[in-house]
Design a binder for this molecule. Structure first.
Ligand code: 2NL
Length: 360
């Protein structure tokens, strides 16, 4: 047996005998380390004549490769053995007792419920939901929506302003969800069909107004869209939301800076001992405002009014929630009173769908 074969046999035997990673590392240092036996042999290659090197080189390099391969294989085997050892000795305690069910189950707030109902209804008509920040610029909240500087319409909104910045501009709490429509028109190509439910803010507080309230607005932008489309969408919405087969609607002329023409919409109802029933009776109840998007607004949002037309509407979520579910006062909506919530709240797993029933 040559000296190389002998060395290989003894190093491989040491590797096989190493019983843990530390012992294996010691064998590696003793063979392939700086003053290891295999390294010493490798160094002799430098001093050989070309003929000698041709004769012994392959065997010496083969020795190095064989030792490296054996080290790797042994390292893997030791790792696996250590893992097997842990799997065989460690265990998971699966006997922990289940938590007791809570005394009270949580409720879905009527606002969240109504937003889910609206979303289900408009999603069925092909609308997406868009969202945006509560803190807005004057530009997106007013200017691009065709509110002229110094116009009383700005005052109409009782805006909460932040302190002015160095350049004189001031941020504000959005007074309606319309800035989200501006953002949508600026970033998406028509056709656009979106609804925007969200929080809005105006400095106003009494039995039917809270400084923070909720709106849902809708926007459609397409070629050739007109008031007929809007009326159909609103009629479908009212029937689905108030869960009646038919409902008469009345459209009255109105004014909003961002629509022309602008309309206010009433629905047929009957007032019955303080209760309101929809789709019957002789009374009317105002539920929303709407109109064709003003050409100035389209232009301010990068759209050509000769190419695209659109319509939009807006309504108060809190108000339609009160109407549908018969709550007399808006203020407790935002007081987090558990008694109010357990009375008016909804069960978490009864998610509204058109097929399964919106509020059953
Ligand atoms: C109301 C009336 C309305 C809109 C909101 C709108 C938004 C854009 C362009 C044009 Cl970006 N219109 N929104 C239009 C008409 C009425 O809300 O009484 N809300 C509670």
């Amino acid at each position: 047996m040559s000296d190389i074969e002998q060395l290989q046999q003894s190093v491989l035997a040491d590797i096989a005998a190493a019983s843990d990673e530390a012992a294996l590392e010691a064998v590696r240092v003793a063979s392939l380390g700086k003053s290891g036996s295999v390294s010493a042999l490798l160094r002799t290659l430098g001093a050989m004549t070309p003929d000698e090197r041709k004769a012994r080189g392959p065997a010496i390099n083969g020795l190095k490769d064989a030792v490296n391969a054996a080290l790797t294989a042994r390292r893997d085997a030791l790792k696996n053995a250590a893992l097997d050892q842990r799997l065989n000795t460690e265990s998971v305690d699966v006997t922990l007792p289940v938590r007791e069910s809570p005394a009270e189950t949580g409720r879905i707030h009527p606002i969240s419920q109504v937003i889910d109902e609206l979303t289900a209804i408009f999603a069925d008509m092909g609308f997406a939901v868009a969202e945006g920040p509560d803190i807005e610029t004057d530009d997106y909240n007013f200017t691009r929506l065709n509110f002229p500087e110094g116009h009383p319409a700005r005052e109409m909104h009782d805006t909460f302003y932040f302190n002015p910045k160095e350049d004189g501009s001031r941020l504000l709490l959005r007074t309606h969800t319309s800035p989200v429509q501006v953002r949508t028109m600026l970033t998406q190509k028509p056709p656009i069909r979106v609804i925007i439910p969200g929080r809005t803010y105006r400095s106003d507080s009494d039995q039917t107004h809270t400084p923070m309230f909720h709106q849902v607005e809708g926007l459609v932008i397409d070629k050739g869209s007109h008031l007929g489309h809007l009326k159909w969408i609103l009629a479908e919405f009212c029937k689905a939301f108030f869960e009646v087969d038919n409902v008469k609607m009345r459209f009255r002329p109105s004014f909003f800076p961002f629509t022309e023409p602008s309309l206010e919409v009433d629905i047929q109802c009957r007032r019955d001992k303080g209760e309101i029933r929809f789709g019957e009776g002789e009374d009317w109840l105002e539920i929303l405002g709407c109109g064709m998007v003003h050409p100035n607004v389209l232009r301010n949002c990068g759209l050509d009014p000769d190419e695209y037309q659109g319509f939009a509407w807006g309504m108060g979520i809190d108000r339609i929630a009160m109407l549908k579910y018969g709550m007399p006062d808006l203020r407790p909506f935002f007081e987090a009173d558990m008694r109010w919530l357990s009375h008016y709240g909804f069960r978490p797993l009864d998610f509204p769908t058109l097929a399964g029933g919106l509020s059953s």
